[in-house]
Design a protein around this ligand. Structure first.
Ligand code: COA
Length: 565
């Protein structure tokens, strides 16, 4: 079928649905919901059989929903309506939640129900629930709804609050007054819930050292105590604030009235205020464990962004892991993201973004180099979560890449103002995928599912959709690799191949050539990278849909024109 996505942006959920529906042979095109005219024009150009709205912030124009079936993905259980569904669900702390696919009509979120899927609630941020449970449930519900629509013999069920299975209600937009933390009375679990219900957007407004800031990235603290509301310690990017029954860590803040009004590490936003606070443990970004001959390096960096400091810390931790008596090192990344490459927010906030970009890319390259040249262990990248741009190539620096099913990769840099990219991608991509696939991957600029990534050689194995099961299977596979009869042969073969590659073209040459192009991106006359980074960090809304995903806007793929009636 011809399926048009009408969506506010091509976010992770839209990307995943794009991958799943294309895998099932559908012709999918994407239009950003910018205004009624462009949406109507897109429908007119593409002539879709079905419209899917994975992520909308406004109502679909009547001219469209009256003439086409439009399936809206709503992150709530049947009957739930309103713009703050997940926020209310997290704050209420219920045991389960869900996703409903309903047909657009004149009542916002009030259309007939095509499918729904429920999931157990996890104590996590809204963004994390959205990227994991909501996305998995949305995929299941959309595929069911699309199947029913295609079969043509099942009608959707009208929303009827008298029915027993309709448990949701209409809820208003959650306001900052609903989110406000009362430090004098709120317990840690309540503070955590309030911050998580607003993370990644909009954050909870609060006052710290007399400044109004938005709070994000909260974690519990189990030992430290203090006067409720006081900031009592710091650890890496995070500050620790006492509550009535303990304390919590806050990793990121946004001060919209400051020179850099976007999300940054808390200790960076409050660098003067917290300079003399005691350093403590409690918000570790990097963790190392060992089991059955394998070392596991976890690096849970907020939003998968890797700053110069974080890359250097990770390089130190990796070097330590190399000195251990293990046979395999598994690079675990974080739960939500494996890596999204350079830390664009910190680069934007630097006194010289070009210099900070240079430092950051060199710090990632140093890490990639250490991984590629590991001669004493086999190295695995285990992707629990998505990876983008340089993060994908950093993962490919390992000998094996294992991915959780459902992970989405964006193995391209060009969307960031034609950034050339580094991380030895010019070596790694042809080495693992072959020259033809390498060209295809770097030109396509499309999200890729784990199955396609495996076919192309970006990923070696994809297994288990569920996080817990992926972790279990990763441990089993790593243990098997460490104990394999052929271990010595595998290690010798890997190193022989590396030596041969080095003889043909040294790694330093790849790096120098990539960095030559990156130097032009950072310091050259063309400001595209700096403009694109600014737009990304400041979340400037796109004024049109990129042609890479809006197939209907490229002349060759247009069907004969027919007006929307
Ligand atoms: N640096 C800083 N923040 C980053 C980041 C990066 N490299 N990559 C993602 N983020 C942040 C986003 O700003 C967003 O922040 P929020 O918490 O305020 O919402 C959050 O991570 C999630 O990203 P989002 O873009 O909403 O996720 P997505 O799943 O829709 O898209 C990517 C994933 C990877 C396609 C997209 O985030 C991206 O293009 N990132 C930049 C990659 C890049 O160019 N890196 C530099 C070159 S190596």
């Amino acid at each position: 079928m011809r399926i048009l996505f009408l969506t506010h942006s091509f976010n992770s959920l839209s990307q995943r649905l794009h991958v799943e529906l294309r895998n099932r042979g559908h012709n999918v095109s994407v239009e950003f919901d910018i205004n009624d005219d462009t949406a109507i024009e897109a429908v007119d150009l593409f002539q879709p059989d079905l419209i899917v709205a994975p992520f909308l912030k406004r109502a679909i124009p009547e001219l469209i929903w009256r003439n086409h079936v439009c399936l809206v993905v709503h992150p709530g259980i049947p009957g739930d309506r309103g713009p703050s569904s997940l926020d209310w669900a997290i704050l209420a702390s219920g045991s389960g939640w869900g996703v409903t696919v309903l047909q657009a009509n004149e009542v916002m979120d009030g259309g007939a129900i095509w499918a729904f899927c429920e999931f157990p609630m996890r104590q996590a941020s809204k963004a994390s629930l959205y990227r994991n449970e909501v996305t998995e449930a949305a995929v299941a519900a959309v595929l069911e709804a699309v199947g029913k629509f295609e079969a043509g013999d099942v009608a959707p069920e009208p929303l009827d609050y008298a029915r027993e299975n309709i448990r949701g209600t209409l809820r208003p937009l959650m306001k900052q007054s609903d989110r406000a933390i009362d430090w004098a009375s709120d317990r840690s679990d309540i503070v955590l819930r309030k911050i998580r219900a607003a993370d990644g957007f909009p954050g909870v407004v609060d006052t710290l050292f007399g400044r109004e800031v938005y709070l994000y990235d909260a974690r519990p603290e189990f030992r430290l105590r203090g006067r409720p509301g006081d900031v009592i310690a710091r650890c890496g990017p995070a500050i620790c604030r006492a509550t009535t029954d303990g304390a919590i860590w806050i990793g990121h803040l946004r001060d919209k009235d400051s020179e850099h009004p976007f999300k940054l590490p808390a200790t960076r936003v409050l660098q003067n205020e917290v300079a003399t606070l005691p350093e403590s443990r409690g918000y570790e970004e990097i963790r190392y464990t060992e089991q059955s001959g394998a070392g596991y390096l976890y690096f849970d960096f907020y939003n998968g962004a890797m700053s110069t400091r974080q890359c250097r810390m990770l390089l130190d931790a990796y070097r330590d892991a190399r000195t251990r008596d293990t046979k395999v090192i598994v690079l675990m990344g974080g739960t939500d993201f494996w890596s999204n490459g350079m830390h664009l927010n910190l680069i934007e906030a630097a006194s010289s973004p070009a210099d900070e970009s240079w430092r950051n890319i060199n710090a990632i390259n140093d890490l990639a180099y250490e991984i590629i040249t590991t001669d004493n262990q086999l190295v695995v990248s285990a992707l629990q979560g998505n990876a983008g741009a340089g993060g994908v190539f950093l993962a490919r620096a390992a000998d094996y890449v294992w991915s959780r099913e459902g992970v989405i990769l964006n193995p391209h840099y060009k969307d960031m103002g034609n950034l050339y990219g580094s991380e030895y991608w010019t070596y790694l991509l042809p080495r693992y995928t072959g020259t033809q696939h390498a060209r295809q991957i770097s030109q396509a600029r499309l999200p890729m599912g784990s199955a396609e990534a495996m076919k192309l050689g970006l990923v070696d194995a994809a297994f288990e959709a569920c996080h817990g099961k992926f972790l279990e299977s990763t441990l089993i596979r790593a243990r098997a690799l460490a104990g394999a009869d052929r271990y010595d042969e595998l290690l010798a073969r890997k190193w022989a191949r590396r030596m041969m590659d080095e003889e043909q073209k040294p790694l330093t040459l790849y790096r120098d050539q990539e960095l030559e192009s990156m130097r032009m991106n950072f310091y050259g006359f063309d400001p595209s990278y700096h403009v694109a980074r600014y737009n990304f960090v400041y979340k400037v809304a796109k004024s049109r849909t990129p042609l890479t995903i809006a197939a209907h806007r490229s002349l060759s793929s247009r069907p004969p024109r027919r007006m929307v009636q």
